[in-house]
Design a protein around this ligand. Sequence first.
Ligand SMILES: NC(=O)c1ccc[n+]([C@@H]2O[C@H](COP(=O)([O-])OP(=O)(O)OC[C@H]3O[C@@H](n4cnc5c(N)ncnc54)[C@H](O)[C@@H]3O)[C@@H](O)[C@H]2O)c1
Length: 261
Amino acid sequence: MEYPYTLFDLRGKVAVITGAARGIGAEAARMLAAAGAKVAVLDVLEADGNATAASICADGGEAAFWKLDVASEDEVKRVFAEIAARFGGLGILVNNAGIEGTNEPTHQITLEQWQRVIDVNVTGTFLCTKHAIGHMERAGGGAIVNVSSMYGIVGGPDVPPYHASKAAVRMMAKTDALLYASKGIRANSVHPGYIRTPMLEHVARVSGQGEALFDYLAGQTPAGKVGEPRDIAAGILYLVSDAARFVTGTELVIDGGYTAR
Ligand SMILES: NC(=O)c1ccc[n+]([C@@H]2O[C@H](COP(=O)([O-])OP(=O)(O)OC[C@H]3O[C@@H](n4cnc5c(N)ncnc54)[C@H](O)[C@@H]3O)[C@@H](O)[C@H]2O)c1
């Protein structure tokens, strides 16, 4: 049977994915490239970022790596202009770069520790969106996805600046959805539950819990397991594709049922 519309076809689109050297961002880069997008892999990690872009190209996709700190406006502006020049535009932005920051209670967090998480997770999202809008207008529209967290929706008794940052990018997607809807630019957020990535593996290591942390998190999740990067990448693919052309300002929770309770 043939369906008359091609829903997940990104051929002819240019996608910028921040924090794409590894984890969820790297998987989203692979998935969007497989759907036909030209993918700009952005990250502070040069070796991993180059490896992600190279593996996409080796598999027949089109990708290139740029070293970029999302918290630096000069870098964001310059790199986005380079991407648009090299790939012929810029129509998709996935604001995925993020750090978890120090795990201390609020009264023990220094201003510097607070500020670094906000700089990367919130200001980085602001700067990348700010410098993508003009390119999207020239492309006749666009799609932005802010990678938030289930902790942008429900509370958790740890990492205070992280949770604050994830709630902020959730609302920033709604504001941008309203500001730019008339220009054909959509903005949405995705809200991962526990996903096995280098970020969570780092938490498992520094907390001394190791594999027991993943068993614990699986037990906390109604689906009975921790998710994988492809579970989140699939939501990102949906939101940036034509399948979601009437979807803007919404939040897609992918958490194995954690927030359903
Ligand atoms: N893993 C989870 O359980 C989980 C759950 C909810 C939300 N998230 C969110 O998903 C996103 C991806 O997380 P992940 O688990 O893949 O983490 P990760 O640490 O594996 O990957 C994050 C990437 O962002 C990059 N990065 C960090 N600071 C940067 C900066 N200033 N500029 C550019 N790149 C930078 C890192 O180098 C890394 O490659 C994050 O925003 C995270 O908060 C993850």
